[in-house]
Design a protein around this ligand. Structure first.
Ligand SMILES: [Ca+2]
Length: 559
């Protein structure tokens, strides 16, 4: 017995020396593996671990779910406990498949005795073995004992094998501490402006004032507009004080925009496009379609017929609206949440996704076409999102931007982890935009103090602004009275600002450029400043100039 024990010890230390999980490959049977079904729920499930159920005919787990409960955590396949070291980062990887397409949720839990959700990601399963992986910081709240729970929310048969937890590079805390110098490098340019009078004669040896009036980097919010009132005027004024890009929160979602066939609500949408024009905002169209089956989307008229009919309606919606709003919307979320809401593709075919982008690109070649997804930067669903976008690019689909929602729920904001996820998506070569930032939870609301909200928001904005692949950041609303999360806004219901407002203003006033320089003997003046639109003034003459990259510019003065 002792010899066998030593043998196993040696074997495991050689073969799986880096795996924090004992028996992650299940080659020692069911030791450590559990199927947990909440005894107070309606879930029914059974598990068997044996030869043939794993990868390449090895030992693996087969879980059969016969009944589910409405709540997602009622049926859990549980990975053996493991011990995390404080302040370290880990990567979980595993292989899974299911007899029909399903989505499971992988929850990384810290304990014990109570178990608390640390991080997690959804994984889309199909009939062939796929590997899923995610990185996370183990030690939120100082947990030591850790576990992985796979939430099984759909009936059917699942197979699992090859669970692996390994330590990865420590959190790059240096990276965040260098944010300001990185911002200095990536968000600024060297500009040389030649100033002339209207005849083209250089204005030499004169004082030139330059002032950044709007960053090239979009900073925005979801808008939820209403009819004119005192409240509405405050809402719009407040938006323009803080932001310079907008996204339609609900007004352009298909069931909202075209509730009845061929009766699009153009009048209401015009409020948004007029608002954007009036204030010189850029505007995102959210979203041409969303596969979700809640919130009345499954009741929408377009989905009531056959797949062929649906396809025809969708093509018409995209073609009609992108032609109509060309120049008014600069970009679109073509499909919202392709990763998390695939049911319609599974039913009607994934070519719907590709075709939608082709239709959109043909209808408005000037619009930037995005995918948009949650839990891909705020938590670890990054790899699955990466693969979806890579697939689109490999097939020549005109996807042009990566939307990362960044609803942080109750999770910590860890710059190093956010960076590594942005880096990974950045490898795809497309701009990344934070499209729906907030930090509250559906149930608990804000979940942190208003002071903590300000700190977290400042940390996140600085993280995103200092990452070279991020090309914009939008909040998902700013006022508690018009926010999808209770207390999720940065203004309270009584319109008073929370501390986050001052923190945000302070950030942007730090990232400003205002200078007085001198034109030389040929009328040139040079300076370094943030990319954006500038107000210029020379000898009481004023003008505007967009300085979007380093180089030489001409400003022909009206004098
Ligand atoms: Ca195995």
């Amino acid at each position: 017995v002792r010899a066998l024990f030593v043998f196993i010890l040696v074997l495991s230390s050689i073969a799986f020396s880096e795996n924090k999980l004992s028996n992650g490959h299940m080659e020692f049977g069911d030791g450590g593996w559990y199927l947990w079904v909440n005894p107070d729920g309606k879930g029914k499930a059974s598990m068997k671990i044996k030869q043939g159920y794993g990868t390449q005919g090895s030992i693996g787990a087969r879980v059969q779910v016969d009944a589910v409960d409405a709540t997602n955590w009622h049926v859990q396949f549980q990975v053996p406990d493991w011990i995390a070291e404080k302040g370290k980062n880990y990567r979980l990887s595993y292989k899974a498949r299911s007899e029909a397409k399903k989505i499971i949720h992988t929850a990384i839990m810290g304990g014990a005795p109570g178990w608390e959700y640390v991080d997690g990601a959804d994984a889309p399963l199909n009939n062939s073995w796929q590997e899923f992986s995610q990185e996370f910081e183990a030690h939120r709240g100082g947990f030591k004992q850790m576990r992985v729970h796979l939430f099984l929310t759909q009936k059917g048969v699942y197979y699992f094998d090859d669970f692996y937890i390994e330590e990865v590079a420590p959190p790059d805390t240096i990276w965040y501490s260098e944010a300001d110098s990185r911002i200095e490098q990536i968000r600024k340019g060297d500009f040389k402006i030649k100033v002339t009078d209207k005849e083209g004669n250089p204005l030499i040896n004169q004082k030139l004032k330059v002032k950044l009036s709007r960053h090239a980097f979009p900073f925005g919010t979801a808008l939820n507009l209403n009819v004119d009132s005192d409240e509405e005027r405050w809402y719009r004024k407040t938006a323009t004080d803080l932001f310079w890009e907008g996204v339609t929160e609900n007004a352009f979602k298909w069931p909202e925009y075209e509730h009845k066939k061929n009766k699009p609500n153009r009048k209401y949408l015009k409020e948004y496009t007029d608002f954007a024009l009036k204030h010189g905002w850029t505007l995102r169209g959210h979203a041409l379609e969303w596969g979700i089956e809640k919130y009345g989307f499954d009741q929408h008229w377009a989905r009531q017929g056959s797949c062929e009919e649906y396809r025809k309606h969708l093509k018409n919606r995209i073609d009609r609206d992108l032609k109509e709003y060309k120049g008014l919307f600069q970009e679109y979320d073509v499909w919202n949440e392709v990763f998390h809401e695939p049911a319609i593709f599974n039913r009607c075919g994934w070519d719907l996704l590709d075709s939608s982008f082709h239709w959109a690109h043909r209808a408005d070649p000037t619009a930037v076409l995005y995918v948009n997804e949650y839990q891909v930067v705020s938590s670890g669903g990054t790899e699955t999102y990466f693969e979806i976008i890579k697939g689109l690019l490999d097939r020549g689909v005109p996807v042009q931007g990566i939307g990362v929602q960044c609803h942080f729920n109750g999770k910590k904001i860890i710059p190093a982890l956010i960076k590594s996820r942005l880096d990974r998506l950045g490898e795809l070569g497309l701009p990344i935009k934070v499209t729906e930032f907030d930090i509250g939870d559906h149930i608990e609301g804000l979940g942190v103090s208003e002071e903590e909200q300000a700190i977290l928001m400042e940390r996140f904005i600085r993280t995103a602004f200092s990452h070279p692949k991020v090309q914009g950041l939008l909040f998902w609303g700013f006022w508690d009275n018009r926010h999808w999360l209770k207390n999720g806004g940065i203004f309270r219901a009584d319109r008073s600002p929370k501390p986050a407002v001052a923190a945000i203003k302070k950030l942007w006033s730090g990232w400003s450029t205002q200078k007085e320089i001198q034109t030389d003997s040929q009328g040139f003046a040079e300076f370094r400043g943030f990319f954006g639109t500038y107000e210029l003034e020379i000898a009481n003459q004023k003008g505007k100039l967009g300085l979007l990259k380093s180089g030489e510019y001409f400003w022909k003065n009206s004098r």
